[in-house]
Design a protein. Structure first.
Lengths: 413, 297
């Protein structure tokens, strides 16, 4: 090694040391700043949803700070978030959570994107007793581990499509239905599957096809051929955006006729945009829709949030952004009720949360999941070539009637 | 275990046709791999990622309002230069080193390509629409997407064209000579450096065609390249290097195997079955080759 290289390395090490000592002086509350930490997927395979999450967080931080911030002990504080890119990698996410807590001194965390990464981070926040409000980990197993510092503003994954089965039974005159299902092999989709199994048991319905799709697979032809041969009453597919897009493409190409098609991730997959009329009649589970009538004083209602978000980021907010914004509202509310920065007091305040946000009512169950908000179902409906998501269930917010059964392909233009 | 397929003969026909159409596409990717493996002795782990990149080229055309089927012409041309550039930048430094180094190098390329594609095209899953409709057979009980039939025909056409090119053209002769004995070819005046670059380019071009076809038949995502690498690796292992008909047959065989594994073992074992078959074949090959050591380097 030559002299310059040595000098360079010394310089870099010195710089790193200085930086670490600076960052470790960051505390939970700096001056009038409440510092939150989040590891989030800005690169890697979850990066698009990671960015939706980050935009949701940022939007809420801006809004809360502009509207007077968080009032604790008669003083007004502002939110600030330290982000790290977890590269969509659970191991990295857990490391970064440690780093946020131990080096950056963060005392309150916001969740990452996806159930898998939340699962990786939760043990770390639990170990250091750091309250974490998360908005993008819906897997049921997150809420059965007895975590005390984890709070999720969203409905758990098993609730995603349960309603769809009830709807199918209702349309079948209250008689049990035949269900065909295909789920990707990951924490989230498998939890959605468990929800369907519960619903099937409850209604006495029979599951005739139960396929598990490998993560790498982008071909469902075999599953769909089986569906064609066995003629179920309802087909349920959940496999993130890839599952939704693959299913619609191949259902249309193979002319698979099924009276009802229920899915997840339709809006994240931009289904109606990418597949147009072929995606019509698909029934999709969603955490949120702009047409819901929930309100709060920061964002107004869903429609206003939709407008403001679109203005700020140039695209309509998917529910991943809406729920992320709601997480900040929950934190603000908890800080103010706790009237303290003591972690355990904040945690107790979070536990007692009972509020309405533009995203929905929020109240945490014993496992930390949100029990106050139902899932909604929308159906893709097209007028000419323009397709839109119309809320069809629950009836309280339904803007359109649920269209059933799906007409056969021979009658669809 | 599920034996539904044996109860419904139409399902059998459907599975077989799906498998064969898909297999032909796999064979095209595998042929590219066999070619550059045979000529340069490099196992290209980035093969699948080149395929996906080719797909994104077709997708970009689709977004720009051009029919994605033109991708089967544009994509290979662009990908040829990508492959050529890749050779000049990285591969030429590892081409005469041992296999392990080249595997590492191409593995690195694969990661870089994935991240680049993620960066440029985003992590969303995308599809291009061909609008080709569907062919229905046997009173609508067997349905074949025309896009799959189109992709099989294009793959076959390119494969035939490539065979003729390799037989008749000067470069084709040079490539074959280099594959047989690089040093002798060099002595006889073949510019092996050029041959290598061209071979890698041709491989990338083949991947480009396959990618364009995948964009209209399946879905694209920056991180779904690896299964294509594994499949083509397996096809080449079964077929051997430099044997195009065998590559085609083993490609179709793999397509059929996958479809039937899906029906019989269950969808969750579909990719797993491919890996299992790979292990099985490698063990079997080792037995066979233990007598003919000279093939192994």
């Amino acid at each position: 090694m030559n002299k310059i290289a040595k000098l360079f390395i010394t310089f870099i090490s010195a710089l790193t040391l200085t930086l670490t000592s600076i960052t470790s002086s960051f505390a939970k509350v700096e001056g009038d700043m409440i510092v939150l930490g989040s590891a989030i997927s800005l690169t890697g395979k979850y990066s698009s949803n990671g960015v939706h999450t980050q935009n949701g967080y940022n939007m809420a931080v801006d809004r809360i700070n502009k509207m007077g911030g968080v009032k604790v002990g008669g003083k007004s504080y502002k939110f600030e978030i330290i982000y790290y890119d977890d590269e969509s990698n659970p191991k990295r996410a857990a490391q970064l959570a440690e780093r946020l807590i131990k080096q950056d001194g963060v005392h309150y965390m916001l969740g990452p994107y996806s159930s898998g990464l939340t699962k990786a981070i939760a043990p770390v926040t639990e170990k250091y007793k750091i309250p974490m409000v998360e908005a993008n980990g819906a897997s049921r197993s997150l809420f059965t581990k007895g975590y005390k510092y984890l709070f999720a503003v969203l409905s758990p994954a098993n609730q995603y499509l349960e309603v769809a089965i009830d709807l199918a039974v209702e349309k079948n005159g209250g008689k049990p239905v035949k269900i065909a299902q295909a789920f990707e092999q990951d924490a989230f989709s498998q939890d959605v599957r468990l929800g369907i199994l519960d619903a099937a048991k409850r209604t006495g319905s029979k599951i005739i096809i139960d396929d598990k799709l490998p993560k790498e697979l982008n071909d469902m032809a075999a599953t769909l051929a089986k569906v064609k041969a066995t003629k179920p009453d309802v087909l349920v597919v959940s496999g993130h955006t890839k599952g939704a897009l693959t299913a619609i493409r191949q259902i249309a190409e193979m002319k698979v006729d099924v009276p009802m098609l229920a899915m997840t991730h339709c809006d994240a997959a931009k289904l109606s945009k990418q597949h147009g009329k072929n995606s019509e009649y698909a029934l999709c589970a969603s955490q949120w829709h702009k047409n819901l009538s929930y309100k709060d004083k920061f964002f107004g209602g869903g429609k206003k949030y939709d407008k403001d978000f679109t203005k700020e980021f140039g695209y309509a907010p998917p529910y991943q952004s809406a729920e992320s914004s709601a997480a900040l509202l929950v934190f603000k509310d908890a800080f103010e009720r706790a009237n303290s920065f003591d972690r355990d007091k904040v945690r107790d305040a979070l536990k007692a949360t009972d509020m309405q946000t533009f995203y929905g009512n929020i109240k945490f169950g014993p496992g930390g999941q949100n029990v106050a908000k139902p899932m909604i179902l929308f159906q893709v409906r097209c007028k000419g070539d323009k397709c839109e998501n119309k809320v069809v269930a629950p009836t309280k917010w339904a803007s359109d009637k649920f269209f059933h059964p799906i007409p056969p392909w021979s009658e669809r233009g | 275990m599920d034996f539904l397929i044996f109860k419904a003969p139409m399902l059998m026909v459907q599975a077989s046709l799906d498998g064969i159409l898909l297999g032909i596409l796999f064979a095209l990717i595998a042929y590219g791999m066999a070619l550059q493996w045979g000529v340069m002795n490099i196992i290209n782990i980035a093969q699948g990622d080149l395929v996906i990149l080719g797909g994104y080229i077709a997708y970009t055309m689709y977004i720009a309002g051009i029919h994605p089927a033109w991708g089967v012409i544009v994509s290979p041309i662009l990908m040829y230069f990508v492959g050529w550039g890749l050779y000049k930048l990285v591969i030429n430094k590892v081409v005469d080193r041992d296999l392990f180094i080249s595997i590492l190098a191409t593995f690195g390329i694969a990661i870089v390509f994935q991240q680049l594609m993620n960066f440029i095209f985003g992590a969303d899953v995308v599809v291009a629409q061909s609008g080709y409709g569907t062919t229905m057979l046997f009173d609508n009980s067997v349905t074949l997407p025309n896009s799959k039939i189109f992709s099989a025909f294009v793959s076959l056409a390119y494969a035939v064209a490539l065979v003729i090119y390799m037989k008749k053209s000067k470069l084709g002769r040079a490539i074959r000579a280099t594959a047989q004995n690089a040093r002798a070819a060099k002595i006889l005046g073949v510019d092996t450096e050029k041959v290598y670059a061209a071979t890698f380019g041709i491989n990338a071009a083949l991947c480009g065609i396959a990618g364009a076809l995948i964009s209209i038949t399946l879905t694209l995502h920056p991180y779904v390249g690896l299964p294509y690498t594994v499949r083509s690796f397996m096809i080449v292992i079964v077929a051997g290097l430099g044997n195009l008909p065998a590559v085609a047959i083993s490609g179709m065989g793999l397509g059929l195997f996958e479809e039937f594994a899906d029906y019989i073992l269950g969808t969750e074992f579909r990719i797993g079955a491919v890996f299992m078959l790979l292990v099985f074949i490698l063990v079997y090959r080792r037995f066979k080759l233990s007598k003919k050591r000279e093939y192994l380097k």
